[in-house]
Design a protein around this ligand. Sequence first.
Ligand SMILES: Nc1ncnc2c1ncn2[C@@H]1O[C@H](COP(=O)(O)OP(=O)(O)OP(=O)(O)O)[C@@H](O)[C@H]1O
Ligand SMILES: [Mg+2]
Length: 382
Amino acid sequence: MSFGSNPAFLASIVECSDDAIIGKNLNGIILSWNRAAQNIFGYSAAEAIGQPVTILSPPDHIDEEPRILERVRRGERIDHYQTVRRRKDGSLVDVSLTVSPVKDADGKIIGCSKIARDVSRQKHIEMELAKTRAVLEERARSLETAVAERTTRLQQTIADLETFSYTVSHDLRSPLRAMQGFAEAVLSGYADKLDAEGRHYLERISNSAIRLDKLILEVLNYSRIGSRELSIKPVDLDKLIEEVVQTYPTIRESNAKITIKHPLHPVLGSHASLAQVISNLLTNAVKFVRAGAKAKVEIRTEKHNSKVRCFFEDNGIGIPQNSLSKIFEPFQRAHAHANYEGTGMGLAIVRKAIERMGGTVDVRSQEGRGSTFWIELPAAYL
Ligand SMILES: Nc1ncnc2c1ncn2[C@@H]1O[C@H](COP(=O)(O)OP(=O)(O)OP(=O)(O)O)[C@@H](O)[C@H]1O
Ligand SMILES: [Mg+2]
């Protein structure tokens, strides 16, 4: 007889198993009961053998054993059936059952073997995991709600601030116009009563008032971009840029050489906002040149997947590297005001308008060599 088929050896394997191994006949009467069965269910072999296996069934699972036996009689095997059994002391234990038919030498089914694995620890871990998951989900939900509420509050604050700056800017203009008007009136009506110095001071008052009015207008412009409704449509950049070059006097009369690399790719955006963006970029490109030099600007587009980049490359004075990150902020200028007129709001307006259209704007520049600004927007199909 080989070692593996030695009955004592096989019995010892059954005895040493951590899983309960129970033999029963087709009527469900327990015929064999190993040590693990005793450990899990609390009955000794002497107490269990000869009893119906239903001593292990809790009342609400009483019909399970007859159904299992019915399937075994048909020759079926039941694998990893998750259920609950009752111990001798009445407590419940989660088990995974594997039940297989046992056949005699002629192949006739005479009973079945049932392996019951105690899965209560696993079940406990699963429950703990489910609880933790529920807690985490709840936390994620409340975090989302908190973020949404905070975003709404922030949007409201921004809108309030924009309305506030709009109103203030608007109201500042009338006393300012009065100052300018009276300065002009004194200059024209009382010029002969003033000496040159007096006239000079009045001129400076008048010019400062004009400049402050320009600044206020730009602030108004800036706050309007945040609140006005945008109508986003395909925009033909070839046409729009020609229009801007022809209609903006500072660009048209600048004597700059503006080259457009037709055809430009169309983009999705607001026609009015894009006109404002392009006019600001072109005004800068023709303004920031060395005194007496002829400005050259090249405009071209590149398509990257679903986005279009439109480049504005100039041969101007360039921008110092340490100013590059600031120039898109309101009132930030990189060059002396005395040499180049401006309020410092142009690029702030560009960035806000582009971002409202779902795009981006950036620049690279080398001092003394020129700058390349670009805007990126979703591509459109005309
Ligand atoms: N093409 C350019 N070449 C060199 N410097 C530039 C260029 N464009 C912008 N800058 C620098 O960035 C600063 C900010 O530009 P922005 O258009 O906001 O203001 P501005 O032109 O001075 O005033 P505004 O546009 O309000 O009249 C400019 O003052 C200038 O120093
Ligand atoms: Mg400008």
